[in-house]
Design a protein around this ligand. Structure first.
Ligand SMILES: [Mn+2]
Length: 314
């Protein structure tokens, strides 16, 4: 048993700000499972739920207001550090009974009980937790966990696509999951507005270090031009890293004046997790991110400089 639920009646679940498929899949899957144990579960996330993922069972019940109950236990999922809890950080850290379930090896072990495992996704880990609690799986839990498993492995294409990821998916797919419909929603369809934004991103893409670093910058004007939200820039970084010969791809998005969300991707052998950590962020060896403040060109220069250092180490 990975979590001791003895005497636990009410649990608050949290996941990271700007949640992705793994964040929401693992939180929803765990919430639905714990309720089958007769536990009252409320889910909180300090961000809007991306409309693309609102179809996930339980997504509609995720709250982003003040906590509305007393809880015996607080569990965070897919949340590598306490700051990623957003406004729930302090209330979480103050609680006497916190559990941190995560697959990021950069996790800061900020809870009383930390379940950190180097698995493909938090959903794969939550699947293990659910099994250890002897909770019977169902279609809704399976769909949530499956979505995290496929999205966090980039549709089973990234380095974290382990046999464990496939085994979890193989078990989950036995439940009622419409793979064709899901793939259409998650990986194929794109809005016209996002496609037009990508067109602009490619037009203004910059290259550094003899084309080994590619850089995409997205400012508020570009988002407003197509009436898009910062959450809808997900995946655009792939246009940078997928170029032949490029070793590091960067996508810098202006979230507010002089504030930027930076995503980094690298090809095998180039560690960008350390760069993200240096700027106060985190992630994996080949996919990481952080927030940074400053004037645009200064920020770009600082990031490029660190990326160039990382390339020298290769
Ligand atoms: Mn994840």
């Amino acid at each position: 048993m990975m979590i001791n639920l003895k005497g636990t009646k009410k649990i608050a679940l949290f996941t990271h700000i700007r949640p992705d498929g793994d964040a929401l899949g693992s939180m929803n899957g765990l919430a639905l499972a714990l309720r089958k144990k007769g536990i009252e579960v409320d889910c909180y996330c300090d961000s809007e739920i991306p409309s693309l993922l609102s179809f996930l069972p339980n997504a509609g019940s995720i709250q982003n207001g003040a906590l509305n109950n007393y809880y015996d236990m607080m569990i965070s999922v897919d949340c590598a550090d306490e700051f990623r809890l957003g406004k729930y950080k302090d209330i979480y850290l103050k609680h006497a009974n916190t559990v941190n379930i995560d697959h990021h090896m950069t996790n800061t072990s900020y809870a009383k009980h930390n379940i950190i495992k180097n698995l493909s996704s938090s959903c794969e880990l939550v699947f293990e937790v659910i099994k250890s609690l002897n909770i019977k799986m169902d279609d809704e839990i399976a769909l949530n966990l499956y979505v995290g498993t496929v999205t966090d492995t980039g549709h089973f294409t990234q380095a974290n696509t382990t046999s464990g990821a496939h085994l979890a998916a193989a078990e989950l797919i036995k439940y009622n999951i419409d793979i064709e419909d899901l793939s259409q929603k998650l990986f194929k369809e794109i809005s016209k507005e996002k496609l037009m934004l990508i067109k602009d991103c490619i037009t203004y893409m910059r290259f550094f270090s003899l084309d080994r670093i590619s850089f995409i910058g997205i400012n508020q004007d570009m988002l407003q031009k197509y009436n898009l939200d910062i959450n809808e820039t997900e995946g655009i970084i792939n246009y940078a890293i997928n170029i032949q010969g490029v070793m590091i791809g960067i996508c810098l998005t202006e979230s507010a004046k002089n504030t930027y969300k930076v995503s980094l991707r690298s090809k095998k052998g180039v560690n960008i997790a350390d760069i993200a950590a240096m700027f106060g962020g985190g992630g994996h060896l080949q996919a990481a991110g952080f927030m940074i403040n400053g004037c645009y060109e200064d920020v770009v220069e600082r990031i490029i400089k660190e990326c160039e250092k990382a390339l020298e180490l290769v």
